[in-house]
Write a protein that binds this ligand. Structure first.
Ligand code: 2ND
Ligand code: ZN
Length: 362
């Protein structure tokens, strides 16, 4: 008999997370502590429960631009080295406690320079925090490995500088690069030199695309910039037509994405909040998974979206009737799509993920 899909069993099953923002995943109490330590005045409340609710409600805005407003507070309290170490350590611990065995956590170093830190100091602090969190998780009996992605913000013109930063730190756990921030009006080709540099360096990158803007953004990200994965990518649906018999017809771009096995880093709850989808049941993830796109499941921002990998899986189980085999499929998809070495991905799949799901399915 398979293990029942209880919240506890879902939490203990190994999970892989490729799209999680460091500055979107702070514990509410940590935001409050760090505000007090740094003298940050802007918080709407200093009650942890109320603050958690405030972040979620503010993000429930129906637009990406408004969704992003809450980050002023999280970034506002993370301008000192110790704050960055703490936030990174807690992120690793929280993910491990949720059963995540491998995570790629991203942030934009350029947003943390108000206290005078250099970009390299910021990266060093976050790496120190992740290592600390991994050690604490191990002491608590949970094994997690955290890789880092550095984001450049689309609206600032520092993408090449951040790409160089990512390459400089590639041997200490920075596994890739991304661009984030408002999508409409900031096409990925604006930072083409950064992507060309990364390709020349054999470095990995993903691009937030097809979230608040449609197919042209996805097309540019893949065909002009060379993105290996797509952050969100939900709007690939615009290139899929369902006929009256329910048969799906893929346009050329959707076919390309599926044929090339380009991973989609899908974040259903975040998409409901930004208006990119209307409900979990109607979220394109159901159809895209059925059509065997390389779909992965992700949190995006655990604080703003009030979610975890476990809660996102539970929501899909509710909406689509998924079982352990489906959870394993998403997990293996994500592990295959990670930016770490092939050997390491394979050993996580064969030694950690598959044996655990075999037991859950038995
Ligand atoms: O879903 C998102 N789309 C685009 N940008 C985002 C999203 N979630 C967070 N960000 C931004 C806000 C953060 O400050 C930045 C780096 O983590 O990335
Ligand atoms: Zn994101």
């Amino acid at each position: 008999m398979p293990t029942p899909l209880t919240p506890e069993a879902i939490r203990s099953a190994p999970k892989v997370l490729l799209h999680d923002h460091l500055d979107g995943g702070l514990r509410p109490q940590t935001v409050i502590d760090l505000a007090e330590e740094s003298g940050y005045q802007g918080l709407p409340t200093t009650d942890a429960d109320q603050l958690g609710t405030w972040f979620r409600d503010a993000a429930d805005s129906g637009s990406l631009v408004r969704y992003l407003e809450g980050f002023a507070h999280t970034c506002g309290v993370m301008q000192q080295r110790q704050a960055m170490v703490r936030v990174a350590a807690e992120a690793a611990e929280d993910l491990a406690a949720d059963g995540v065995v491998y995570a790629e956590v991203r942030y934009a170093p350029e947003l943390f320079q108000e206290g005078g830190l250099s970009l390299d100091e910021i990266v060093d602090a976050v790496q120190e925090g992740f290592r600390l969190g991994e050690r604490r998780a191990a002491e608590a009996g949970r094994t997690i490995r955290v890789g880092t992605l550095l984001c450049a913000m689309r609206q600032n013109e520092r993408s090449l500088e951040i790409a160089e930063l990512a390459v400089r730190h590639r041997d200490s756990g920075v596994v890739g690069y991304d661009i984030a921030g408002p999508e409409a009006g900031f096409p990925p080709t604006k930072g083409l030199d950064a992507f060309e540099y990364l390709r020349q360096q054999n470095a990995h990158f993903t691009i937030h695309a097809g979230e608040a803007f449609g197919l042209p953004s996805i097309w540019e990200a893949i065909q002009h910039c060379g993105a290996e994965r797509l952050g969100h990518g939900v709007r690939i649906m615009d290139d899929i037509k369902i006929d009256e018999n329910g048969t799906a017809h893929l346009g050329r771009l959707a076919s390309y994405v599926r044929d090339r096995r380009i991973p989609l880093e899908m974040c259903p709850t975040s998409n409901l909040q930004t208006g990119a989808a209307t409900s979990i049941a109607e979220h394109p993830i159901g159809l895209l998974a059925k059509l065997r796109f390389r779909v992965t499941l992700n949190t995006d921002n655990r604080l703003m979206s009030h979610c975890s990998m476990s809660s996102e899986f539970a929501a899909l189980i509710d909406a689509f009737g998924y079982g352990w085999a489906d959870l394993q499929w998403f997990t293996v998809n994500a592990m295959k799509s990670a930016f770490i070495d092939f050997d390491d991905r394979l050993s996580l799949i064969n030694d950690v993920i598959k044996p655990a799901y075999a037991e859950l399915l038995a």
